[in-house]
Design a protein around this ligand. Structure first.
Ligand code: DGJ
Length: 748
């Protein structure tokens, strides 16, 4: 059993392989949080909570006249609202009488086998049959507001998930104005927060900030998890690094707006909360009704970030991703977006398919522009019927012709959007989100469909079903290209408009669920103007997500680096595009572009007809290399070997779980004259084994003509211990963005 209840001490202890989490039902029904961290034996940890009379920290009625116990200083599992805890809180509520308060007391708890599910929301699942659920019920006895605190325990994975179900057991309607999924008090320590901020075409940049006495907020109010922040943070001990130190991860399984806050209080205790965005939020909870929050995936590592990342990588692959392509080999694709943008015909696509087949590419993806009156991004969204001016042969014939060349066929859709210049809008202007009396804000000249309306979801499902059901389409790129403004549904009453943002996401998930259930063999790649919805919610439906609209390999290094803290490379859509790059104008070799894109799902996004014969030969070679190392890259352990502040080169590595092979990758981002040599210490090898080194990808800018190699001791076999402790020193790098891949194979 991973969850243990001690009747005498009134403690509930959650044990995973390497961590312990504990709460205690204290006198008066206070649900105290006593510990979360490195594994301890399960004794009552409430000795860590010392109660003192703290001036100006009010005391609950039950303990009067004692001044020693205060909500404001007590570590709690899920603090109340407006009753004496002045720190950040997970819940806020407007009661029917106008009061704004909720004071929760323990009612009961239940331990069950298996992992809870969340109504209408994606969440993690039990893949091995050893997960358990702890449900702790707390209640505000005045209003009747009752909360089931849900904990999903994955013992071997060192993961604890959290969510809440809020029930109105009172007899009047309450309005929830904040419903976060979790609160966590960490009473001691000095902490940093690592978060992943960005913008369109430069997502998930890594920032580490020390947590002081200000409340820090990471979040999105955009209706998407967003380019600007990711719903994942690491709380790290000041001294923690890749291999050492305590750190906590919090990842929200949700694709809409979110809020994560961290507060260091007056006594230097840290409180963390995470869940739905509360701006523009108000959920009317009638008597008997239930509100369910999205899930947070938590883990703790006492061995730094690498271990924490490995936990998330494993968990996303085994307990979030699902369906045929969870582990199956994904096809190497070519996408026509950067090859043609909107300017294509069936003939042009078939010419790309011919060239792609010749290079060894396995799937053609037809991107935006194939439907309705879509010749630019100003029209056509919503009209999911093939544009026969461009695809003269029709979609079915095009798919058949591409298949006949030995390629699978994939297609782009952006179901949640509508252009005013579309037949759908002309017929149903009320299906777009708009506020009464206001002209709606536009991004890319498009409006957002009201996904709270079941008839909208039904229409979209019917269109997608028609397209996928009548054609041999094996992949869908599901795009979503704007933030939500003018959030108002003509279908909901005035007092439910605060529910629109969350109901929108419930509609999106409903559509995703129906499509992935009824077309289980279709590989869905998530996308949102690049990576604005790179989150664990989307990953429940799509095992891969387009990482960014920036395909410049040098920027991609940082984007993929930041992404790697929470998400495995098997989720990162990455393509080799043209040089000079379309977003930055930077020129890089096809080799360097290949090395970077290979640390992702790997594909191409260029016109192969415009490539030189040398580049084509290189592409054939890199496809061979990618296929050869596919398992190592996609299933191996990923190690970051450099820190983001490094401005000279970036290096990362894969090692197989059995330590029999490793692949080292390096890109020099700022070549130096007379350079400092690059020495890299490998990770994850067997110290006693002997490894043979194979540099399969050639020199590519290393071993330049300016360097004599005559005096060099050439060594090609090493023990694991040598590679990990002394490292490997790369030859002198020269030229623009040289890149290297070195393979190590255990020979004894
Ligand atoms: C944004 C995506 O990120 C691109 O890859 C491309 O699909 C365009 N949308 C098409 O409109």
């Amino acid at each position: 059993m991973a969850i243990l209840y001690n009747e005498e001490r009134k403690t509930i202890t959650i044990q995973t392989a390497n961590t312990t989490y504990q709460m205690r039902i204290a006198p008066h029904g206070f649900l105290q949080h006593t510990y979360y961290g490195k594994h301890v034996n399960g004794e009552d940890m409430s000795y860590l909570i010392l109660n003192y009379d703290r001036a100006c920290s009010g005391n609950p009625d039950e303990v009067y006249p004692s001044r020693n116990i205060s909500f404001d200083t007590m570590p709690q599992e899920y603090p109340g609202y407006g009753v004496g805890d002045f720190r950040i809180r997970p819940i806020a509520v407007r009661n029917a009488d106008g009061s704004r308060g909720a004071d929760f007391r323990y009612v009961k708890h239940e331990i069950t086998k298996g992992k809870y599910k969340l109504e209408g929301l994606p969440s993690s699942y039990d893949s091995k049959g050893d997960a358990e659920t702890l449900t702790v019920t707390i209640k505000d006895h005045v209003s009747g507001l009752t909360i089931d605190l849900l904990y999903g325990i994955f013992p071997d994975e060192d993961v604890i998930t959290r969510a809440v179900r809020i029930r109105n057991e009172g007899d009047s309607t309450a309005v929830l104005t904040r419903t976060l999924s979790m609160s966590l008090d960490i009473p001691y320590g000095k902490w940093d927060m690592i978060h992943f901020h960005g913008k369109h075409a430069l997502e998930r940049q890594t920032e580490r900030e020390s947590l002081g006495h200000l409340i820090k907020t990471v979040g999105s109010t955009r209706g998407t998890s967003s380019h600007q922040e990711n719903p994942f943070v690491i709380i790290a001990d000041h001294k923690a690094d890749e291999d050492h130190g305590a750190c906590y991860g919090m990842m929200l399984v949700y694709s809409g707006g979110f809020k994560m806050q961290a507060e260091v209080d007056q006594f230097d205790s840290l409180r963390l909360v995470m869940g739905l965005q509360d701006e523009q939020f108000g959920w009317k909870l009638e008597p008997g009704s239930v509100f369910t929050s999205p899930e947070v995936i938590m883990t703790f590592s006492d061995e730094g970030f690498t271990k924490l990342s490995h936990t998330y990588h494993w968990f996303i692959r085994h307990n979030i991703n699902r369906g045929k392509y969870q582990f199956a080999r994904r096809p190497i694709l070519i996408n026509n977006w950067e090859a043609t943008y909107f300017d294509f015909t069936d003939e042009k696509l078939l010419a790309i398919a011919d060239e792609a087949a010749d290079l060894g590419i396995e799937m053609l993806v037809l991107d935006d522009g194939w439907f309705g009156d879509r010749n630019s991004d100003n029209a056509g969204l919503g009209d999911w019927y093939v544009n026969e001016d461009k695809i003269k042969c029709g979609l079915t014939s095009l798919v058949e012709q591409v298949n006949a060349k030995g390629l699978k066929f994939g297609i782009w859709i952006e179901p949640e959007m509508i252009n005013e210049d579309s037949d759908l809008y002309r017929k149903h202007p009320g299906w777009a989100l708009k506020m009464p009396g206001r002209r709606p804000n536009r991004t890319r000249n498009q409006l957002v469909l009201d996904m709270t309306r079941p008839e909208v979801v039904d229409y979209l499902y019917e269109r997608v079903e028609d397209i996928l059901g009548n054609n041999n389409i094996e992949y869908v790129k599901w795009d979503m290209n704007r933030s939500l403004s003018d959030v108002y549904s003509a279908a909901l009453p005035t007092d439910r408009q605060g529910e629109v943002l969350h109901r929108y996401m419930l509609g999106v998930y409903d559509l995703m669920e129906r499509i992935t259930t009824n077309f289980p063999d279709v590989l869905v790649e998530g996308c949102s103007g690049g990576g604005a919805r790179f989150d664990a919610g989307i990953l429940c439906y799509s095992p891969q997500i387009w990482c960014s609209d920036d395909t410049d390999p040098i920027h991609r290094l940082n984007i993929q680096y930041g992404t790697s803290f929470g998400y495995p490379v098997s989720t990162m859509g990455a393509h080799v595009s043209a040089s000079p790059n379309h977003q930055t104008g930077r020129s890089t070799s096809i080799h360097t572009r290949g090395v970077v894109a290979m640390s992702g799902t790997f594909g191409y996004e260029l016109d192969p007809g415009k490539l030189s014969e040398e580049d084509k030969a290189e592409i054939r070679e890199q496809i061979g290399i990618f296929k050869k190392y596919y398992d190592l890259i996609q299933n191996g352990l990923y190690y970051r070997l450099t820190e983001i502040k490094e401005d000279y080169f970036e290096a990362w590595q894969f090692a197989s779980a059995d330590k029999s092979e490793a692949l080292l990758n390096v890109v020099v981002t700022n070549t130096q004259p007379n350079p400092t040599l690059i020495n890299l210490k490998l990770k994850g090898l067997d110290p006693d084994a002997v490894y043979e080194m194979i540099n399969e990808t050639g020199k590519h800018g290393f071993e330049s003509k300016y360097v004599s190699q005559a005096e060099r001791v050439v060594k090609t076999t090493f023990t694991g211990e040598t590679l990990m402790n002394a490292g490997y020193t790369l030859p002198w790098a020269f030229g623009d963005y040289p890149a290297l891949q070195i393979y190590f194979r255990k020979i004894k």
